[in-house]
Write a protein that binds this ligand. Structure first.
Ligand SMILES: [Zn+2]
Length: 344
């Protein structure tokens, strides 16, 4: 009986074959979730954060695989309680990104701000505003007054960088977000972002996951042109493989036009029961997409991809083959510049 292939390798590819990699130097992963894991954590969604069986094994595995792909430093979003154990084990290999969130819509602003203060005391370099459309029910609007206050406090504490998750794949706006009255249109998602960038022009803003719009490189071009402090991370591997590949030329031009505004990221998440190959698949696809001209079916299962009849079951990965000087900025130089900005 045939067993289903694992999500991290549906095409049976040999991930040890890296002859197409072109970039020799080290890489900084600006977007990941390296956390303490526990056996009782749910398979998706946030981990428990407390309870028995706390382990750094997955963090160890992920960073070990990362270093095999040249990753020397990772910016992680993790619960505040994870910062000290992670720092103790991994030192400077990790940099911290503090999430400014509420668990429920009723959570008082003061609770969210108190959580942030605890995090700020640990010296994060980045703060994160997660504002996907599905967060609207929890009041997670990017420009909610309590978040404006949170960003002010972060800035006073020396944080210079704000990462944002706005929007989601176009495909989701046709399905899970089809109710525009509830979730807003895709264009609506960017109104608050632009407002925040205008309110805080002295801060660096990073649009996670190709700023949520790899389907529209022309839109990304406009944002980069209008907001000189705006940057973009390459994370969310399945999404970028699926949507950057068919627009490889446009993205190549965009990244070469603004080489100092893109940051390598994976969006890898440590989870208690993951296998090493899961991490391998994301690093391999990210590097393949940006630095090589490799083309072929993506090795990763993608539920958001609609196969043509009788066609491939995964989207085509079409590598951009970015020039060396652009790669060295996207992979490392830009991250180093942002992480060493002086506190004002
Ligand atoms: Zn993420």
């Amino acid at each position: 009986m045939a067993t289903n292939p694992p999500e991290y390798n549906v095409t049976g590819i040999d991930y040890a074959d890296r002859r197409h990699f072109a970039y020799p130097g080290p890489i900084i992963d600006f977007h990941a979730h390296v956390m303490v894991t526990r056996p009782g954590d749910p398979p998706t969604g946030p981990p428990l954060g407390t309870g028995p069986g706390a382990s750094l094994q997955q963090a160890e595995t992920m960073l070990d695989v990362g270093s095999d792909f040249g990753v020397i430093q990772t910016v992680t979003m993790c619960p505040v309680d994870d910062v000290e154990p992670l720092r103790e084990r991994f030192g400077d290999r990790l940099v911290f990104n503090a999430m400014i969130n509420k668990k429920t819509v009723d959570e008082p602003d003061d609770t969210a701000l108190a959580n942030l203060e605890r995090y700020l005391a640990l010296g994060p370099k980045v703060v994160k505003l997660w504002s996907a459309p599905r967060g609207r029910e929890r009041g997670l609007f990017i420009d909610a007054p309590w978040r404006i206050e949170a960003v002010r406090r972060a800035r006073s504490a020396g944080v210079r960088i704000v990462m944002v998750h706005v929007a989601d794949p176009d495909a989701w706006f046709r399905t899970v977000y089809a109710d525009a009255a509830k979730f807003g249109t895709k264009a609506d998602q960017y109104v608050g972002l632009e407002k925040m960038m205008s309110l805080f022009p002295d801060l660096i803003w990073i649009g996670a996951h190709m700023a949520g719009d790899s389907e529209h490189p022309d839109h990304l071009h406009r944002l980069l042109e209008e907001y000189p402090q705006f940057h973009i991370d390459t994370s969310a591997t399945k999404w970028q493989v699926r949507e950057v590949s068919p627009r490889a030329e446009a993205h190549y031009r965009l990244m070469c036009r603004f080489p100092d505004r893109f940051l390598f990221g994976t969006d890898l998440v440590t989870r208690h029961h993951l296998t090493r190959e899961h991490y391998v698949s994301r690093y391999w696809c990210q590097r393949t997409l940006w630095e090589s001209t490799w083309t072929g079916p993506s090795p990763i299962a993608d539920a958001d991809f609609t196969p043509a009849e009788g066609g491939q079951t995964t989207p085509k990965l079409h590598g951009l083959g970015l020039p060396d000087d652009v790669l060295s900025l996207v992979y490392r130089g830009n991250a180093e510049r942002l992480l060493s900005l002086p506190v004002v």
